[in-house]
Design a protein around this ligand. Structure first.
Ligand code: AMP
Ligand code: MG
Length: 326
């Protein structure tokens, strides 16, 4: 069985093709970026409209498959930006109708976790999922992927991007901040906000902007201190989730997980508590179509040809989904 999956929750339009053994035939993406401002939903939607046909065509070419050799179509059902989600769903419906295939809408956050399990062989991990819009600590418990901790306001990626935007760095800011941080040497104290199992970045953002505007600090030092502070917050709640659930594996997923310093801090924490640390390749950490295709395979029972009954779920939560595939 071959599934073609479409990702379009935010800045990336992606198409992946995967079979039921987890073999990845193609994973093509085209992401929206800016020189200066942040992600603008309407512009991202236009980007996806322009990119969608070529991305799907390139994926089929890379997989050396014709569309009619695909058995199943899946797409990111949510959570995400509604204008972007709609582009992906409509493209998925168009493809499914063309070949009379079943269609499944799948949860984006869970797809990050399942592609990580597939690629790293982690069995029952706690997932630290820091991305643009989402920041969650997720683990399987009693039939669902439960959220053990999450952000109370911004996703950590959006927070990093907002600071980068303030400093005139463009979108996405994460990689630029990581480069600057590697040149920072002085640690500047910043608010460290962990509330129970949750984290919050709103106050930290205001504080950072004020420090930047004061002109008293080097942006490299601010970037360095910001990374040290927010990654420590994320590692603290991940460790607590591992202690609480008794799980011995930590898996990373999501765009911010590309950051080498975050990976290093997670690895150290796992070594100290005798746990295993897993991180998939960068291509599969950030948003991608392959993870949506693989989730489509896992949830193929959900797929239907009643296309009109399928809609997007911009606010769907990880723990809304019944996990009946593991
Ligand atoms: P996603 O929504 O999962 O595709 O992740 C996108 C987010 O990841 C954006 O907010 C990026 O700024 C962030 N990001 C990408 N690479 C890095 C990096 N090396 N360090 C920190 N954040 C990053
Ligand atoms: Mg994501």
């Amino acid at each position: 069985m071959i599934c073609l999956g479409i990702e379009s929750t935010a800045h990336t339009f992606g198409c992946g093709i995967v079979d039921e053994k987890g073999r990845i035939y193609a994973n093509i993406k085209n992401s929206y970026t800016t020189e200066k401002g942040g992600i603008h939903p309407t512009e991202a939607k236009i980007h996806h409209e322009n990119a969608k046909d070529n991305v799907v065509e390139d994926a089929l070419k890379a997989a050396k498959l014709r569309l009619d050799e695909v058995d199943l179509i899946s797409f990111s059902h949510g959570p995400g930006l509604p204008p972007c989600l709609l582009v992906g769903m409509r493209k998925a419906k168009e493809l499914a109708r063309k070949i009379n295939a079943s269609l499944a809408g799948v949860n984006h956050c869970i797809s990050h976790l399942e592609i990580g399990r597939l690629l790293t062989k982690a069995k029952d991990p706690v997932l630290l999922y820091p991305s643009g819009a989402n920041t969650q600590i997720i683990a399987y418990e009693a039939g669902k992927y439960r959220i053990f901790g999450e952000t109370l306001d911004n996703g950590v990626g959006n927070f990093i991007d907002a600071f980068a935007r303030h400093a005139g760095l463009g979108f996405p800011g994460g990689p630029k901040i990581e480069r600057l941080a590697s040149e920072g040497k002085n640690y500047i104290e910043l608010p460290y906000v962990v509330k129970g199992m949750d984290v919050s970045f709103g106050g930290l953002l205001t504080n950072l902007k004020q420090k930047y505007d004061s002109g008293k600090y080097k942006v490299e030092d601010l970037a360095f201190s910001m990374q040290e502070t927010v990654f420590a917050m994320l590692v603290e709640v991940s460790e607590r989730a591992m202690a609480h659930t008794g799980k011995k594996e930590l898996l990373l997923g999501g765009g911010v997980a590309c950051n080498k310093r975050l990976q290093e801090m997670c690895r150290t924490m796992c070594e100290e508590r005798n746990a295993k640390f897993f991180v998939p390749e960068k291509e599969f950490l950030a948003d991608n179509g392959a993870m949506i295709a693989w989730q489509g395979i896992l949830q193929r029972k959900l797929a239907t040809k009643g296309y009109d009954s399928i809609d997007i779920g911009p606010y769907e939560r990880t723990d809304d989904v019944e996990v009946n595939w593991r």
